[in-house]
Design a protein around this ligand. Sequence first.
Ligand code: PEP
Length: 249
Amino acid sequence: MRKKIIAGNWKMNKTPSEAVALINELKPLVANDEVDVVFCVPAISIIPAMEAAKGSNISIGTENMYFEESGAYTGEIAPNMLTDVGVKFVIIGHSERREYFAETDETVNKKVLKAFEHGITPIICCGETLTQREQGVTIDWIRQQIKIAFLNVTAEQAKTAVIAYEPIWAIGTGKTATSDQAEEVCAAIRGCIAEIYDDATAAEIRIQYGGSVNAGNAAELFAKADIDGGLVGGASLKPEFGNIVNYNK
Ligand code: PEP
């Protein structure tokens, strides 16, 4: 039985002191031991967020990481900088990073491999545009993203990964995929993992849905057989996140 994982993606929001205040506000609201709860915060807020989250069920993750160990990569964050302060999760290949910061399936794969090398769990994002959905190529596109993201990843590593299926047309738009649309793609992703590895790996990997998840749609989405939680943007910055995490209460 896969444990649900619900992660907030804070994007470029909240100063470090605002992050501490928000965590203090949300801490009692997101207490649900049946779910893994992760707050992916901007890099500058990782350390104060860790302090603020101490003693709670919240894990602190972040939103990006570079695929080299160290060196002349101005502005980037190395994996050992994250592990040094206890980061366990990193979002990789979010569609905003692909669109604005030139991330590709190849850089996603390099980052995924590097995250595993350092014992950080990648939350690997994939998703189609509205045009691709209308052209009927969604599943082909997602399968390609998954196959490249997992190149040279072992089955043992893959079992511990988190995949976030995020249709780009649903991110920050208030347009959620229906639970059937989300389930169709999440089931196809699990099928693709079974093809790359085996049924046991596919049964263990956790697949989130992301795209305008809110307190009103979370329970229906998370009830689907292949949806193991959510990656939540806007609503993760509000008390509403507590209702999302407690979707099953
Ligand atoms: C996201 O940023 O990953 C996301 C899904 O955003 P939102 O929930 O705001 O659509």
